[in-house]
Design a protein around this ligand. Structure first.
Ligand code: ARG
Length: 470
């Protein structure tokens, strides 16, 4: 831009949007291109990667030992500066990799220029992000485990508490609250196993793939891979720099986890509503209304439910970024980081909020049991009794029971409040013993098949869940 005045440059800026820019392409270019505002989050992983690379270059005799040692010391200094918040990140230097390298140059001089031998930012950034995702998975796994622990504690305390089980959100059969809560422990267990899968599969090191084709230097990729905790080097250099499957898997498992969290959050919202009144959130997780003094709103649960949207959006967004990319690296791939960071934060916050809510939610066991007794929830128990005791085919038992439900509804009472005479009017062979199976407690006690809702099962399942997950 030699010789042109500031004014001239301004003139050349786009008339519609150029007002905020000094020069047309330069400033816009920096703004669209720079990733330092978000990829600075990778600083610790970037420095670890550089140290491993430097040590390998020294060991292979590719760079002199004294330069290598100066680089290693400089990298430690930079790490300290970044950890303490003293580092002056510069947008003009585009990204974390160039910010580190430029500072290294200030600290150790020309020798710094040897660090980038036999590598590219392409293998560097893929390596950094893999390490970051690996660390994030470890943190999330612990947070998911905390949620399971809170759920198992509540399940054990409410192993025998009866509540209505729903299908179609219509009262279906009585279940135990403990059983209901343990269902979420299973879901989160699968989420954790997806995390472990993702972690295992991503653990191949891209470093040394260089820009895309590998390098002519005699590098030792096994050494850098193992120094960085990888199982080994990624096999194909083109794939190594362009693969973002691990990011998609992270966002994908995150989306499934977020859906599970949203479903549990929705149950909390329902249970805490006045018509249900099954549960009450602690003050710590309730908010008031600025207008209606009686309100206790479950905002945290609603937000956990809502934030699921961003996670699914992040997954969709990245899949769209990737779908048309030819091999190998393209700058599009820089768009992988913000969704990862945002999803990791969203999941961590949501898990902490859910864990807190579950840990100190209180249940109204009487109200739940009362609700379980409504809606003729033991109709299946009656039909099963007709099959078991009278030897009826199930289809006929279903019909007879349906007629009895209708009778009870007409009388405005529950099945167990019908007279024996009413029962016998539909099926003469019914005896008074039938009333034993019509109470909600009898109903749940009888469902002792493997995986069923009986309190004894729930107690056993809670012990098992502790062994499997905690
Ligand atoms: N900031 C870039 C990214 O996140 C680093 C890699 C840049 N490589 C390149 N050849 N321009 O993807």
């Amino acid at each position: 831009m030699s010789g042109r005045s500031h004014k001239d440059k301004k003139k050349s800026a786009n008339a519609l949007w150029g007002g905020r820019f000094d020069a047309a392409p330069g400033a816009v270019m920096e703004e669209i291109n720079a990733s330092i505002d978000f990829d600075r989050k990778l600083f610790a992983q970037d420095i670890a990667g550089s140290k491993a690379h430097c040590a390998m270059l020294m060991a292979q005799g590719i760079i002199p030992a004294d330069d290598g040692n100066a680089i290693l010391a400089g990298l430690d200094t930079i790490l300290g500066e970044m950890e303490s918040g003293d580092f002056a990140f510069d947008r003009a230097l585009e990204d974390i990799h160039m910010n580190v390298e430029a500072r290294l140059n200030e600290l150790v001089g020309e020798a710094a220029g040897r660090l980038h031998t036999a590598r590219s930012r392409n293998d560097q950034v893929a390596t950094d992000l893999k390490i970051w995702v690996r660390d994030a998975l470890d943190g999330l796994d612990g947070a998911a485990q905390d949620l399971q622990s809170a759920l198992i504690d509540q399940a054990e305390s409410h192993a025998a508490a009866v509540m209505p089980g729903f299908t179609h959100l219509q009262t279906a059969q009585p279940v135990t609250l403990g059983h209901h809560l343990l269902a979420y422990v299973e879901m989160v267990g699968r989420d954790r196993s997806r995390m472990a899968d993702c972690r295992r599969r991503l653990n191949e090191c891209p470093l040394g793939a260089a820009a895309l084709a590998g390098t002519a230097f005699p590098i030792d990729r096994e050494a850098t891979a193992s120094a960085l905790g990888f199982d080994g080097p990624a096999a194909n250099s083109l794939d190594a720099v362009s693969d973002r499957d691990f990011v998609v898997e992270f966002l994908g498992l995150g989306a499934i986890l977020a859906v599970h969290m949203s479903r549990l959050a929705e149950e909390i919202v329902l249970w805490c509503s006045e018509p249900f009144a099954f549960a009450r959130l602690s003050d710590a997780f309730s908010t008031g209304s600025s207008m209606m003094p009686q309100k206790r709103n479950p905002d945290a649960a609603e937000l956990v439910r809502a934030k699921c949207g961003r996670v699914i959006g992040a997954l969709t967004g990245l899949l769209v970024v990737l779908k048309g990319l030819p091999l190998a690296y393209a700058k599009d791939l820089q768009e992988d980081k913000e969704p990862v960071f945002q999803v990791a934060d969203t999941l961590a916050l949501g898990l902490a909020a859910l864990t807190g809510m579950i840990a100190d939610i209180t249940f109204n066991a009487e109200r739940m049991k009362d609700a379980a007794g409504r809606g003729q929830a033991t109709a299946t128990d009656l039909a099963d009794w007709l099959v078991r005791v009278l030897g009826m085919p199930f289809r006929r038992a279903h019909r007879v029971t349906g007629a009895l439900v209708r009778r009870a509804d007409e009388k405005g009472c529950a099945l167990d409040q019908l007279d024996l005479a009413d029962m016998q009017a539909e099926e003469a062979a019914i005896t008074a013993e039938v009333f034993d199976v019509l109470g909600v407690e009898n109903s749940v006690n009888s469902r002792a098949s493997f995986g069923g809702t009986a309190p004894a099962n729930v107690r056993r399942a809670a012990v098992e869940a502790r062994r499997r997950f905690l």
